[in-house]
Design a protein around this ligand. Structure first.
Ligand code: C2O
Ligand code: CU
Ligand code: CU
Length: 562
């Protein structure tokens, strides 16, 4: 009897060793026609009861979209979820109607067909649902995918770019599950860590320079990434583009919504194993992921503790080094891009946004958060920004928890944190910034290319519980031409479709002509003086909007170019 009892103890010991699972690599979609089907699915996360999930073109997550700068891409997003949703292209510079924010609802059973030119720099972006009050539900249940943008600048560099081999996508997420193995949204007990929806993942990579494209796709948790043994790695991109040179570091803080690409030099490391970890024990309190979620020790958050991930160092991914492959990148490039941050003196306005809790005092972490003392209202435009404006946004966190602030439409540069320059890891193009408790962060951005009086862009906290709880606002970008749309005049444009010459016959003197393509991008604008005829170059045939101004009056015509 005694002998059997001992062997049971031994077996229990064995089951404590977590089983490692091969990292799933999302499939890719590329080209100029991208079809996404949003669907319900199931996924076996744990033994026993199966988990209900949502995914794009599959049971969970979605394909990685590989898009080329300059391509005009037609998307088709079909919603078979049984409920409304939206799809937003996080980090990408697109017109407001194509942006997929909460106003652009894809009703259940319908198909949304945005189409736009890829204007972004090479980097890693992502897509996810953005239906107001439902973003966390749809993302937590599984809808999220990476977008890899390629451009000529990046293509000219000697960087690893064989997807799934030496260029590895990593969607890092924590999720909360109930006792029936079902995903719970708006929950703070997110103790299940996964990468590409794989729990306890390992990946085999060759003994050469390997690139990891990392997204923190968690609803709330911040990671403090590092390698085992505090090995060096090289940051090459921030959210929206390459740095000017690889940045050697041992830590990279990543808040929800942030992306980064890193290089790890694994030359001569065949048969070794290392780990990508989060050193969350190093977090100051007041960051979701630290020992305490609020900066004040007496502030608690419902469901936050106990959670073995909070304030602890833990493994995210086991990296097994295998033989070097036939075409290895073996060195870290010395330079990357040539990007110049916007200069502070080019800004003409500073907008101040304060973050504060709805609940006062010690209970503040359990309520909603406000921006400038108000909660999101779909019917209120918080800012009207003149097209092409360069602005400084000053974010003042007057609460006890860090908020990852995100803005649509633009990439920004962080000017300072509490008056000091940002750390080197944040000195590139960004669209999310973690604003720590009681901290003030200033960034600079230019709002170019896309004006739309009607459809707003969002800015919000990317902790999805906070976003769904109303920590969001919206802005429109307005064309600077003051126009009286009600004044009409007789005007004809012919021939239409046009091939070589466009004639405009107008009752009033024409003062300006502006052309935009159907994705809202300006292709031509000129003040008109009858002295010389403008020469308009069209990059491709198709439909354009022609705005013809006569002083303060404007007429818009659809123009087809063959
Ligand atoms: Cu990633 Cu407005 O969102
Ligand atoms: Cu976004
Ligand atoms: Cu927040």
């Amino acid at each position: 009897m005694k002998k059997i009892f001992l062997s049971i103890i031994f077996l229990l010991g064995l089951t404590l060793t977590a089983q490692q699972n091969q990292l799933a690599i999302p499939p890719t979609l590329t080209g100029t026609n991208i079809n996404l089907n949003l669907q319900n699915g199931t996924y076996q996360f744990f033994p026993g009861q199966i988990t209900q999930t949502m995914g794009a073109n599959g049971d969970i997550l979605g394909p990685t979209l590989i898009l080329n700068q300059g391509d005009f891409v037609n998307f088709s997003v079909n919603n078979q979820l049984g409920e409304d949703t939206t799809i937003h292209w996080h980090g990408m510079h697109v017109s407001a109607i194509n942006d997929g924010g909460p106003h652009t609802v894809i009703t259940d059973g319908s198909t949304w067909t945005p189409a736009f030119t890829i204007m972004d720099k090479a980097a890693t972006y992502w897509y996810h649902p953005h239906l107001h009050t439902h973003t966390d539900l749809h993302v937590s249940k599984g809808i999220a995918g990476l977008i890899i943008v390629k451009d000529a600048e990046e293509a000219a560099l000697d960087l690893p770019r064989t997807y799934g081999v030496d260029d590895i996508p990593l969607v890092i997420q924590t999720k909360s599950f109930d006792n029936n193995n079902q995903i719970v949204n708006h929950a703070n007990n997110d103790n299940v860590l996964m990468v590409n929806a794989t729990i306890n993942p390992y990946v085999d990579v060759p003994a050469q320079v390997v690139r990891f494209r990392i997204l923190n796709g968690s609803s709330q948790r911040v990671f403090n990434l590092g390698l085992s043994n505090n090995e060096n790695f090289y940051l090459i991109t921030t959210d929206g583009g390459l740095l000017n040179a690889p940045l050697q570091t041992t830590r990279l803080q990543m808040a929800p919504g942030e992306r980064a690409e890193i290089l790890v030099d694994l030359n001569g490391r065949e048969n070794q194993t290392l780990f990508l970890k989060s050193y969350a024990s190093e977090f100051q309190n007041g960051i979701y992921g630290a020992t305490l979620p609020g900066m004040n020790a007496n502030m608690t958050m419902n469901g936050y503790n106990p959670n073995s991930l909070n304030g602890a160092d833990f493994d995210i991914l086991q990296i097994n080094v295998t033989a070097q492959n036939a075409n290895p990148v073996t060195s870290i490039p010395s330079t990357l891009a040539n990007d110049t941050p916007l200069d502070e003196s080019s800004a003409n306005i500073t907008r101040t946004l304060t973050f504060s809790p709805q609940n006062p005092g010690m209970n503040q972490l359990n309520g909603n958060f406000l921006i400038n003392n108000s909660s999101f209202d779909m019917n209120v435009i918080n800012y009207s920004i003149p097209l092409d404006n360069v602005e400084i946004w000053q974010l003042q966190n007057q609460s006890a928890i860090a908020h990852p602030f995100h803005i649509h439409d633009v990439q920004f540069y962080i000017l300072d944190r509490n008056g000091n320059p940002p750390p080197a890891t944040e000195q590139g193009r960004k669209d999310v910034v973690l604003v720590k408790p009681m901290e003030t962060v200033r960034f600079i951005a230019q709002f170019s290319d896309f004006a739309d009086d009607a459809v707003p862009y969002m800015y919000h906290c990317h902790m999805l519980t906070h976003e769904d709880g109303g920590m969001m606002g919206q802005f429109v970008v307005q064309s600077t031409n003051a126009v009286d749309e009600n004044t009409s005049f007789d005007l004809s444009v012919y021939p239409n479709p046009a091939t070589q010459i466009i004639n405009i016959k107008s009752e009033k003197p024409v003062t300006k002509i502006r052309l935009t393509n159907m994705s809202g991008q300006k292709v031509f604008e000129q003040d008109f003086d009858f002295q010389n005829n403008p020469d308009i170059k069209f990059s491709k045939p198709g439909m354009y909007l022609m705005e013809i101004y006569a002083g303060s009056a404007k007429i818009v015509k659809k123009l087809v170019v063959q």
